[in-house]
Design a protein. Structure first.
Length: 165
């Protein structure tokens, strides 16, 4: 009996050691009493050298007009620059300009997406993890922004398609 338990324990350790590596980080969206975890539809490494795409990873959630969507990101995203884009319609159903909120590395792991008025209907909520692009001009000099920083571009993207509830 003891030998069987040892063999089972050894087998479990072997299986654990052979398990698949963790995939890309998930973003959690919570709205109107429902939660969905989303995989990225685009996922690139920090230098945008290697990317994968999965358009089918877009999440959907039913949310009534006037209700917010709460977003939770893991530290793997929150420890980098990231932003949220929110597309919504007003109470008349007219599409409104995209609201965007930027977060510095380590600043936040959660955000609540809303429209601007109580009757607004969220349509799309998007999370972008940013990466730096080190572009150079024809002479090989780096192209930097007005503050001397490299250009930040979306390296990974999670999207929530909101269905009116």
């Amino acid at each position: 009996m003891r030998r069987t338990l040892l063999l089972l324990a050894a087998g479990a350790l072997t299986l654990t050691g052979c398990s698949a590596t963790a995939g890309p980080p998930e973003v959690t969206f919570f709205g109107d009493g429902h939660t969905v975890n989303a995989d990225p539809i685009v996922n690139c490494d920090a230098l945008l050298k290697s990317c994968s795409q999965d358009p089918g990873a877009a999440a959907t959630l039913k949310v009534r007009p006037g209700k917010p969507v709460q977003i939770s990101v893991p530290s793997e995203i929150g420890d980098t620059p990231w932003l949220v884009n929110v597309q919504y319609t007003n109470a008349k159903g007219e599409l409104q300009p995209v609201k965007q909120q930027y977060f510095s590395p380590g600043a936040k792991l959660a955000y609540t997406a809303t429209g601007n008025a109580p009757g607004d209907q969220l349509v799309v909520v998007e999370v972008q993890q940013l990466g730096a692009v080190f572009a150079a001009d024809q002479a090989g000099n780096p192209i930097l922004d007005e503050n001397g920083n490299p250009q930040l571009v979306a390296r990974s993207l999670w999207t929530l398609q909101v269905q009116p509830g």
